[in-house]
Design a protein around this ligand. Structure first.
Ligand code: CAA
Length: 386
C-alpha cells in the first residue's frame, strides 16, 4: 500500500522583520545574516498567536469537510508547548470541529517531533487504510534580543494530511534514525528561551547527517545521485547548504544539481526563519512550489534533525499530478505581511500576557486573525475561530 502526504499547508503570523534592519540595529554587517546565514527575514508572532492558532490555520487551509469527518488521529509536533499537560492537538481538534472519535497527541523532541509524527501516522494508516491522520508541526523560535541565534528566529506551522494513495508524495518507508544524548540546544522547564551551544550544535547537525546517511546507504543500497533533491531541517539556510556539501564530497555534478534544487527549497525558509519542527516540511513546500525542474516520479531525500539529539533520514516519491495540490501565490502572500520596525519587534518580543490572581487575562490585545487567543479565564486559554 502507498502511504504518504496527501495535502500540505502552511501558516505564519502576519508580522515580519527584515534582517537588514536587525543587523543595522545590532551594529552587525547585514551580509553576515544575508550571506553568512543565508536568511533575509523572520516571522514574528504576537502574544495572541501561538502554536495552537498557527497550527489550526495551517490545517484549515487544506482540509475539506470530508477530511474533517474522516481524520481519526491528530498529532502536533512542537517544542513551544503552551501547556505541560494538555496537548495542543486537543485545542486544534476542537477549533477545527474534527470527528470526535479521534486520538489527539503532542510529540516533543526538539525540531524532530513532527517527523516522529509522520512515522506514527504511516504506521496507523498501514493498519487502518481508510483513516486519515493530521500531522501538524507548529513552533515559535525565540532565542533572545541580541543573542547569536536572534537572526535565526521565526514562527509558523505546517499541516500535512497523511493518507493511503496520497496525492502529493509517497513516503518510502526506508527510514534510518540516530539518537545521541548531547546538550547542543535545550530548554529547562523554567527558562523562557532555549540554551544553545551554537557551534557544537552546528557540528552535531552535520555529523549526525553524514553518519546517518552512511548507515542509510548501507541499509538501502541507495546513493545520493539517486535523488532529485534533498530537504533538510533548516535552522538557518546556510546550515542546510553545508549539510548538502558535507554529503557530496566527490561527485561534482550531483553537488551542483542538488545545490540548485536547494536554492528552490529555501525560498520560504529565508523569509520565515526557523520554525523548528516544521522547517524541513516548509523546505519541502518551498521546493514543490518553486522548482520548475522536479517532476512526478522523482525521489526526494529528507534529513530531519532535533537537538538533543534525534535525527532521521528517509525519502519520498512525487506522485503524478502533485502540482495540482499546491499554491501558486504563496510568495506573494508572504510579501503582504506587515513589516515591523526593530523597536516594534522588540516590543512584541517582550510582550507577555498579564493575569490577575484568579488567572484572568488583563488587557489582552485584540487580534482579528482567523484563529486567535482571545482570553485567559481561570488559567484556561480561550481561542476564537473567525
Ligand atoms: N559577510 C558575510 N558572511 C559573514 C560575515 C560578513 N560580514 N560575518 C560573518 N559571516 C559568516 C561567517 O563566516 C559564518 O559563515 P560560515 O559558518 O560559513 O563560516 C556565518 O556568517 C555565521 O557567522 P558566525 O559563525 O560567526 O555566527 P555566530 O557565531 O554569531 O552565530 C550560530 C552562528 C552559533 C549558529 C547562531 O546562529 C546560533 O546560535 N543559532 C542557533 C543554533 C542553531 O541554529 N544551530 C543549528 C544546528 S542545531 C539545529 O538545527 C536545531 C535547531 O533548529 C536550533
Amino acid at each position: 500500500m502507498n502511504i504518504g502526504i496527501d495535502k500540505i499547508g502552511f501558516s505564519a503570523p502576519n508580522y515580519v522583520l527584515d534582517l537588514a534592519d536587525l543587523a543595522q540595529a545590532r551594529n552587525i554587517d547585514p551580509n553576515k545574516f544575508k550571506l553568512g546565514l543565508l536568511q533575509s527575514q523572520m516571522a514574528v508572532s504576537p502574544v495572541t498567536q501561538d502554536i495552537v492558532t498557527l497550527g489550526a490555520q495551517a490545517a484549515q487551509a487544506i482540509l475539506s469537510e470530508e477530511d474533517k469527518a474522516e481524520i481519526d488521529m491528530v498529532i502536533v509536533g512542537t517544542e513551544s508547548s503552551i501547556d505541560q499537560s494538555k496537548a495542543a492537538s486537543v485545542f486544534i481538534h476542537g477549533l477545527l470541529d474534527l470527528n470526535p472519535f479521534a486520538r489527539s497527541i503532542e510529540i516533543k523532541e526538539a525540531c524532530y517531533g513532527a517527523t516522529a509524527g509522520l512515522v506514527l501516522a504511516m504506521s496507523h494508516i498501514a493498519q487502518h487504510p481508510n483513516s486519515k491522520v493530521l500531522v501538524i508541526a507548529s513552533d515559535i523560535a525565540k532565542y533572545g534580543i541580541a543573542s547569536a541565534g536572534e537572526p535565526t528566529q521565526g514562527a509558523g506551522a505546517i499541516a500535512m494530511l497523511v493518507t493511503a494513495d496520497p496525492a502529493i508524495m509517497i513516503l518510502q518507508d526506508d527510514n534510518v534514525c540516530q539518537t545521541r544524548d548531547i546538550m547542543d540546544f535545550w530548554r529547562p522547564n523554567d527558562d523562557k528561551y532555549p540554551r544553545v551551544d551554537g557551534k557544537f550544535s552546528t557540528e552535531q547537525y552535520t555529523d549526525c547527517l553524514t553518519t546517518t546517511f552512511d548507515q542509510y546507504k548501507k541499509r538501502t543500497g541507495k546513493e545520493l545521485a539517486d535523488f532529485a533533491a534533498v530537504c533538510l531541517h533548516i535552522p538557518f539556510s546556510k546550515q542546510g547548504l553545508k549539510g548538502i556539501q558535507a554529503l557530496t564530497t566527490e561527485d561534482e555534478e550531483t553537488l551542483n544539481r542538488l545545490s540548485e534544487r536547494f536554492q528552490e527549497a529555501i525560498v520560504y525558509n529565508k523569509l520565515v526563519g526557523n520554525i523548528y519542527t516544521g522547517s524541513i516540511f516548509l523546505s519541502l513546500l518551498s521546493l514543490l512550489e518553486n522548482s520548475q525542474t522536479i517532476e512526478a516520479g522523482d525521489d526526494i531525500l529528507f534529513y530531519s534533525y532535533g537537538s538533543g539529539a534525534v535525527c532521521e533520514i528517509f525519502s519520498g516519491r512525487l506522485v503524478p499530478g502533485y502540482k495540482e495540490h499546491l499554491q501558486t501565490d504563496r510568495l506573494e502572500k508572504l510579501k503582504q505581511r506587515t513589516p515591523l520596525s526593530v523597536q516594534d519587534y522588540e516590543k512584541i518580543f517582550f510582550e507577555e500576557i498579564q493575569t490577575d490572581e484568579k488567572g484572568n487575562a488583563i488587557d489582552l490585545p485584540k487580534d482579528d486573525a482567523a484563529f486567535a487567543l482571545i482570553d485567559i479565564q481561570d488559567f484556561k486559554r480561550i481561542y476564537r475561530k473567525n
